[in-house]
Design a protein around this ligand. Structure first.
Ligand code: FAD
Length: 288
């Protein structure tokens, strides 16, 4: 299938890209193209202008800034998966990228594209919420930072303004005594998450949970924080019974949708099962 006709633009700076975005009617940003191009081919998206970010310098790279890891929005899933900094300081982020699609998808798709597109079955949103990513947008009025909790607003809808670019993703490094894990039930063909859960915990010297972050993707129209699970983990020694009890809350607050992959009951069940598994693995990692 062929997309509808469009005009292609390849700016060479963020400023030029923003200028085009602000002046052209019905324009779309192109990053890795692995979500936008299929949508254009299916004519679900028919932008009149496509603004390609690949020639814009300064949007790639992964670096450490104190206790934060800063990823350029155009870092590919492969860059994230293979980053020595992320593997050492926030391995769950690299692990989440490693289970996105297949190597062809990961070589082209970008972390910024994934978070801007906000597919309800995308993997990284769960990890973004669990760890507490911050997303840096740049627009005509300058830069602003949005917390992952405020980013995902609905089905493929985010806090990004129409005149803004997502330029940076900031990943906080959790302290010693922390562990995190992302687990999903993948769609057998695309590998998208039918349900995916990222759990992160910090344990004190006595093994009690001092901090928990749990994000759920796939089940509803957008990725959400599983607040009930987090409350169930907080302050507790995380033995099997405590984990199981907390995981039972995993579908609370999720607008679970029935679809070709399963009924509401089945997907809610997957939320609970994958929450338990992800928390168990996170706790093991936190224990060292
Ligand atoms: C076969 C297949 C399997 C896949 N499997 C998975 C999977 O298992 N898990 C998963 O999570 N994803 C999966 N994906 C999606 C893939 O990860 C995409 O790469 C990603 O969702 C979009 O990233 P992109 O860089 O390709 O963005 P694009 O397709 O270029 O853009 C997507 C959207 O985001 C906007 N956008 C992109 N970058 C920016 C930016 N910097 N600022 C503002 N707006 C921007 C675009 O305008 C567009 O609306 C799959 C895709 C395919 C084709």
């Amino acid at each position: 299938m062929y997309p509808a006709a469009f005009e292609y633009h390849a700016p060479t700076s963020v400023r030029d890209a923003l200028g085009l975005l602000g002046s052209l009617e019905d324009a779309k940003i192109l990053a890795g193209g692995h979500s936008l191009v299929p949508m254009m081919k299916l004519r679900l998206a028919q932008p009149k202008h496509v603004i390609d970010l690949r020639k814009v310098p300064g949007l790639t790279g992964i670096k450490e800034e104190g206790s934060t890891i800063v990823l350029g929005a155009m870092a590919t899933h492969w860059d994230v998966e293979s980053s020595p900094i992320l593997k050492a300081k926030a391995p769950v982020v690299a692990e989440t990228a490693a289970v996105i699609g297949d190597p062809a998808v990961r070589n082209k798709g970008t972390i910024g594209g994934s978070l801007a597109h906000a597919d309800p079955a995308a993997d990284m949103p769960a990890t973004a919420i669990a760890l507490g990513f911050e997303l840096v947008c740049e627009g005509p009025k300058g830069r602003r930072t949005v917390k992952a909790d405020d980013w995902f607003q609905g089905l493929m809808s985010t806090a990004l303004g129409e005149d803004e670019l997502l330029v940076e993703v900031r990943v906080p490094v959790w302290p010693a005594g922390s562990g995190a894990c992302y687990m999903k039930f993948p769609h057998p063909a695309s590998r998208f998450a039918v349900v995916g859960v990222c759990a992160a915990v910090t344990l004190d010297k006595n093994g009690a949970c001092t901090r928990a972050g749990v994000g759920v993707t796939g089940a509803g129209t957008k990725a959400v924080r599983a607040r009930g699970v987090e409350a169930g983990l907080a302050g507790k020694r995380l033995d099997a019974a405590a984990i199981e009890a907390a995981a039972q809350k995993a579908a609370e607050g999720v607008d679970v949708q029935a679809d070709l992959q399963g009924s509401v009951e089945y997907k809610a069940h997957l939320c609970r099962v994958f929450a338990r598994r992800a928390i168990e693995a996170a706790v093991k990692r936190a224990q060292g």
